[in-house]
Design a protein around this ligand. Structure first.
Ligand SMILES: *[C@@H]1O[C@H](CO)[C@@H](O)[C@H](O)[C@H]1NC(C)=O
Ligand SMILES: *[C@@H]1O[C@H](CO)[C@@H](O)[C@H](O)[C@H]1NC(C)=O
Length: 276
């Protein structure tokens, strides 16, 4: 290697450092999982330029079908791995104006779960029409990893991806909350097998966080809204019934008073005498 190419190499390196440097340096990930008593729940905040740009908490489980040789060594049997997202994950995020991404990797990058979010609608006019949603999920896994996949599993690195999805649709400026479990199906590069992601106890805000470490107003998923209504219903019914009884009693009372007055008038003869 002569001096010139070495200098050029150095130049390229410096250029790369300048290109990548600022992006890496400004991002911080705060691990807040300790706040939850659920050992399977991840809670974290991604901060850029000194303020939170993405906040999320959820627990995730992934079911991955894969093949192992059958006892006759000729056929393959399908097994299913039940992979729990651990707390000990390496978290990266990307925050742009109208797009956000979350990358969670664990076990030395044997697994990576990627969640993609977009914000839709125009910034200017109809502000009420704007919303954000999760539009894609990707799961990368390595079948030679031995915590979740059995010995002899047909080796290979695979990627499971959703088709076009529209999940967690939430009005812009709000956070999405869902206690109930949500199911997302992904198609794997491993013979188009179906990988299933279960998300639960979700609270996410990938855009428009107004103050550092604080979610904006929650927008609850339909299942939670229904559950809330079901819990509220007996109270609403009770209150309505109580009101109805009060109204009936009042009407009865007034009616009784009026009719008893009416009956009394002709009976009170002395009054007629005085009048006459
Ligand atoms: C942080 O600052 C950089 C450079 O000023 C900017 O490009 C980027 O969009 C900012 N990020 C956020 C989340 O505001
Ligand atoms: C985040 O915090 C939890 C709870 O304190 C801990 O178990 C986990 O290992 C931490 N994750 C990382 C990546 O440090």
């Amino acid at each position: 290697m002569n001096f010139r190419s070495r200098a050029q190499g150095l130049q390229v390196c410096l250029l790369l450092l300048f290109a990548i440097g600022p992006n890496l340096a400004e991002q911080e990930v705060e691990n807040l999982s300790g706040l939850s008593s659920n050992p399977e729940k991840n809670i974290f905040a991604i901060r850029e330029n000194g303020t939170t740009c993405l906040m999320a908490e959820f627990s995730a489980k992934i079911l991955v079908p894969y093949e192992v040789p059958s006892s006759n060594d000729v056929d393959w049997n399908v097994e299913e791995a039940n992979i729990q997202l651990p707390r000990d994950t390496d978290i990266r995020g990307k925050c742009w104006n109208n797009e956000s991404e979350l990358h969670l990797s664990w076990l030395d990058k044997s697994y990576t779960l990627k969640l993609f979010f977009v914000k839709e609608g125009q910034d200017s006019t109809k502000s009420s029409k704007r919303n954000w949603k999760m539009n894609k999920v990707q799961f990368l896994y390595d079948l030679s990893e031995r915590t979740n996949f059995k010995n002899g599993a047909r080796p290979g690195k695979h990627t499971a991806t959703t088709h076009h999805i529209s999940l967690m649709a939430t009005p812009a400026g709000m956070s999405y909350e869902c206690e109930a479990t949500e199911k997302v199906s992904l198609t794997s590069t491993d013979q188009k097998k179906t990988v299933v992601l279960f998300l639960s106890e979700v609270h996410i805000q990938p855009f428009d966080i107004q103050s550092d470490f604080v979610y904006s107003e929650e927008y609850k998923c339909l299942t939670d809204q229904r559950k809330q209504l079901e819990e509220m219903l007996p109270i609403i019914l009770g209150v309505t019934l109580g009101l109805a009884i009060v109204i009936i009693l009042a009407v009865y009372h007034i009616h009784h008073k009026m009719t008893s007055n009416q009956v009394q008038i002709p009976r009170d003869r002395s009054l007629y005498k005085h009048m006459g």
